[in-house]
Design a protein around this ligand. Structure first.
Ligand code: HEM
Length: 283
């Protein structure tokens, strides 16, 4: 298959995958399958997918570098725009829940800190999605890169909103924050190290430790829980899988994926060399 065709199919497949969560939610809504509090469930689902797509869009640069597969850049814009659209839907569901009373919505956003940061994040994602086109890229020139750096504070605010919103059980936001730490540590690492298996292993340790620190900081500051209790829980095999384990397993899965990809590419190269050697006669 030609690269152009491959990119075409990759883009179509990404579009379908990005629409699936919204279609599934619409189906559950239609089938009355959203539980006792359908609006709350819909808010949770759309909020969760916004965070997932935000992390996916940040993962594409490391994935392209580790796998050496250029077509991956072609889907980054789509995933980023999807994150903004799911955030917009999440906000719309909230507005609908307030009976479309925009004054109440505005007052709530001003009054409640977690809504304020959610709203600021939404504005940032909207600005990034609107200016993601080639036209805006040309118009803004060097400022385009500066503006799109906003994705990092937007992700931090989104995670903070997720933590505050999750109240007593911050398992999911801790996993998301651990994966975000992996993505940020990758960007801080020297390129040569992050491309090696040693670098990827160090990233796994760093992301897992970060997840532990996020957990300790949150439960320590909000609930006054002793860090030793969390450490004991994290090393207790009966409590597996805790958020830190999930981050570690996800990081190991990334290493396995890179190993399998590079192994397959190496085998392909060997096979091609052998084929050339055996079929083209040397003079
Ligand atoms: C890009 C921006 C945003 C992101 C990434 C985001 C993400 C999330 C996530 C992940 C949750 C928790 C879901 C769960 O517990 O499974 C959540 C809950 C919530 N968000 Fe957002 N949010 C954003 C913006 C907003 C805005 C602008 C509002 C409203 C002004 C809002 C209102 C809410 C509410 C009300 C809940 C809790 C629902 C409930 O438990 O009753 N969010 N959000």
């Amino acid at each position: 298959m030609s690269t152009q065709r491959l990119i075409f199919w990759l883009r179509q497949a990404t579009l379908v995958l990005l629409c699936l969560p919204a279609l599934h939610l619409a189906w559950r809504w239609y089938a009355d399958d959203l539980g006792a509090r359908p609006v709350t469930e819909a808010t949770h689902v759309t909020g969760d997918w916004t965070v997932v797509f935000l992390l996916c869009s940040l993962a594409l640069t490391p994935a392209r570098a580790a796998l050496g597969w250029m077509p991956l850049v072609q889907i980054r814009r789509r995933i980023g725009v999807a994150a903004a659209l799911y955030a917009g839907l999440h906000f719309l569901i909230y507005v609908a829940d307030q009976k479309w009373d925009l004054v109440v919505v505005a007052l709530e956003i001003v009054k409640r800190f977690y809504l304020t940061i959610g709203f600021v994040t939404l504005l940032m994602l909207a600005a990034l999605a609107i200016t993601s086109t080639n036209g805006w890229q040309r118009r803004l020139k060097r400022n385009w890169k500066r503006l799109h750096w906003l994705i990092y504070p937007a992700a931090v605010l989104a995670l903070l909103h997720f933590f505050i919103q999750s109240k007593a059980n911050v398992g999911e936001p801790t996993v998301a924050a651990g994966l975000f730490a992996w993505l940020m540590l990758w960007r801080l690492m020297p390129a040569k190290l992050s491309a090696s298996f040693l670098g990827l292993f160090l990233l796994a340790i760093g992301a897992t430790l970060s997840a532990f620190l996020f957990e300790v900081a949150w439960y320590g500051l909000v609930n006054g829980i002793n860090p030793m209790r969390l450490l004991n829980a994290d090393i207790d095999p009966d409590l597996f899988p805790r958020p830190v384990h999930k981050v570690f397993v996800a990081s190991l899965a990334a290493i396995a994926l890179v190993a399998a990809w590079r192994g397959t590419a190496g085998l392909k190269r060997l096979w091609t060399q052998r084929y050339i050697r055996t079929t083209i006669p040397t003079s």
